[in-house]
Design a protein around this ligand. Structure first.
Ligand SMILES: [Zn+2]
Length: 393
């Protein structure tokens, strides 16, 4: 019986055959019969169903060259389209990909999440429609939408839970609202989780254990454990921005506590300190601009922010023993300056065994990590064997 790479049974339905074709274990009728142990007629029946739904295409020219049924088949990654929206605090990005996660079209906008769910998600609906038109694809080929939000999301329902900087979003039925307008399943997760997923799958698939840290207006991390996203019991895992750090002192955080990592090292705080010194800085991006311009205060602030993040990460490294730490988000664009602070503290404060092979670097995908991860989340969902089976019966 076919199994997933992790050993779980996937059955012998059409979906199981599709996953075998996708991972390359077989590509011909004979190979599929051998791998699955199914009767040849059953394999043919499943293949016909997959062909009819455009999940696969003939991989030889037998059909076009003389009417003989195809012998070999390939996964049709261009047969359906996935949409993904990465909604940040101040800017948003929507992208379309094929079923292999290849980017087909994208659009970005300066959009405040504080405008509320109806205005923000309305923009997502309009933008998905515009992008589908741009690549000349019918709406019926859209098979799922992934959404990342900059706050806690209850995994089971896809609803934001008391997000501190998202007025009007608490308990808003994001999946249902979008499904009603886009006519396709919608999966919602915390933005850092989808960034971790994107970075891991597209840039560092070899890492079994990885922490992706987003350092922007807010600070949070996504955790990949044994190659899977670890969301925790309710979906709140990785919310490290509200761990207390000594250097943040008694600064009051937007969560109501004081001394939080985010209150000391978040982009909003750094920008406020630069403004207090008479510099022009509205948010994280301006901080990075000043760092790149060599402003001494900005350099000192970003280096200290790196150390503060490192302070929390040093404890996480001892606790979780990741193989890789990846820094993303706006402030990570400051590159070496923020990395230096993080490395300084993590390598001096974590246990030697835990840091022996640990790599600490900035994101390879940059500001595309989120949309790509959101698309991959949907692709996993859509291509799960049981989900494929439901489309062919
Ligand atoms: Zn806090």
């Amino acid at each position: 019986m076919p199994t997933e790479p992790d050993g779980t049974m996937t059955g012998t339905g059409a979906g199981a055959l599709l996953s075998i074709l996708r991972d390359g274990r077989a590509r011909t009728r004979a190979e599929l019969t051998q791998v699955t142990g199914l009767a040849r007629s059953t394999v043919s029946q499943r293949l016909d169903a997959l062909l009819a739904q455009r999940w696969i295409v003939p991989a030889d020219d037998a059909v076009s060259s003389g009417g003989r049924p195809a012998v070999a088949f390939a996964f049709n990654h261009g047969g359906r389209v996935v949409a993904s929206a990465d909604l940040g605090v101040t800017h948003a990005r929507v992208a379309l990909t094929d079923l292999a996660g290849t980017l087909l079209a994208e659009r970005t906008a300066d959009l405040s999440i504080a405008r509320g769910p109806v205005a923000t998600l309305g923009w997502v609906v309009d933008t998905v429609g515009a992008l589908l038109a741009e690549i000349g694809t019918e709406r019926s080929r859209l098979c799922g939408v992934g959404v990342g939000l900059p706050g806690p999301v209850e995994h089971a329902t896809g609803r934001p839970v008391n997000p501190p900087i998202m007025p009007g979003w608490h308990d808003f039925p994001v999946p249902e609202w979008l499904e009603a307008r886009l006519g396709t399943p919608v999966l919602v997760d915390n933005d850092v989780n989808i960034m971790a997923l994107g970075e891991h799958r597209a840039a560092r698939p070899e890492a079994e254990h990885l922490i992706f840290v987003k350092i922007g207006t807010g600070i949070g991390c996504g955790i990949i454990s044994e190659r899977r996203l670890h969301r925790g019991a309710q979906g709140a895992a990785g919310d490290i921005g509200h761990i207390r750090v000594t250097s943040a002192g008694d600064v009051i955080c937007r969560c109501g506590n004081n001394g939080c990592l985010e209150a000391g090292a978040g982009g909003g705080t750094l920008a406020a300190r630069l403004r207090a010194a008479g510099l022009e800085a509205a948010g994280s991006r301006d901080v990075v601009r000043l760092v790149r311009g060599g402003n001494l205060l900005a350099l000192q602030l970003i280096r200290q922010a790196g150390r503060d993040v490192g302070d929390v990460l040093a404890a996480l490294v001892n606790f979780f023993n990741p193989a890789a730490i990846v820094l993303g988000g706006d402030l990570a664009e400051a590159g070496e300056h923020v990395l230096a602070g993080v490395r300084e503290v993590v390598y001096s404060r974590s246990l030697p065994l835990a840091t022996q092979h640990l790599t600490i670097s900035t994101s390879d995908l940059g500001d595309r990590a989120g949309v790509l991860g959101g698309a991959l989340m949907v692709i996993d969902h859509v291509l799960a064997p049981a989900a494929v089976d439901r489309t062919v019966t």
